[in-house]
Design a protein around this ligand. Structure first.
Ligand code: GAR
Length: 199
């Protein structure tokens, strides 16, 4: 499975996926392209260090449609079969999703459907929940709303700030995304309505 990872920032989830694939912990997966909408994303350098092809398609100076068309073209040119969003801070339109339907995964730092959107860890701390975590899900047209592949739970401590909670969740994100990628690459699942069932 040729995997393309879209990032906007430091790319720690991308590194987790790329290293897991290279070390054979995700049989059949290879990260072939890391694409960022931000030229300064730290993850680009981390991808280059690993010998992975990188690309930048900035949103600035393009319409949303032009931007997505270019992103899709870069993924196509690299022969990408599965797209993993890893801290990619843009919403994808139905036009993009039409081409990659059922082949786009995202990771979100909360137990969805709780706390979708931006600043999920801050939302969790401010709401006062006692557990939070992360969710890997298939992407559809809704905001953080597609079928859930896997979730991992962490405690929220009374002393937590958004930063300390984010750090605890991030450790689990790397595990969850690797596990979800392995499941999707194995093909041993089916999506029935909103439910992703293991076969
Ligand atoms: C991660 O915590 C990811 O879950 C979050 O951005 C961070 C990216 O970190 N994504 C979202 O909030 C998407 N709504 P990374 O660049 O180190 O992987």
């Amino acid at each position: 499975m040729r995997v393309g990872v879209l990032i906007s920032g430091r790319g720690s989830n991308m590194v987790a996926l790329a290293d897991a694939a290279r070390e054979g912990r995700v049989p059949g997966a290879q990260v072939v392209l890391v694409l960022s909408d931000k030229p300064r994303a730290g993850g680009l350098e981390r991808a280059r260090e690993r010998g992975i092809e990188t690309a930048v398609v900035e949103r600035r100076g393009r319409t949303r449609e032009e931007h997505e068309r270019e992103v899709a073209a870069a993924l196509r040119a690299a022969g990408v079969e599965l797209v993993c969003l890893a801290g990619y801070m843009r919403l994808l339109s139905p036009c993009f999703l039409g081409e990659f339907r059922g082949r786009v995964l995202n990771i979100h730092p909360s137990l969805l459907p709780a706390f979708p959107g931006l600043d999920a860890q801050r939302q969790a701390v401010e709401h006062g929940v006692k557990v939070s975590g992360c969710t890997v899900h298939f992407v559809d047209e809704t905001l953080d709303g597609g079928p859930v592949v896997t979730q991992r739970v962490v405690p929220v401590l009374d002393s937590d700030t958004p930063e300390t909670l984010s750090a605890r969740i991030l450790v689990e994100e790397h595990r969850a995304y690797t596990e979800a990628l392995a499941l999707v690459c194995s093909g041993r699942y089916e999506v029935v309505g909103r439910r992703v069932a293991r076969l």
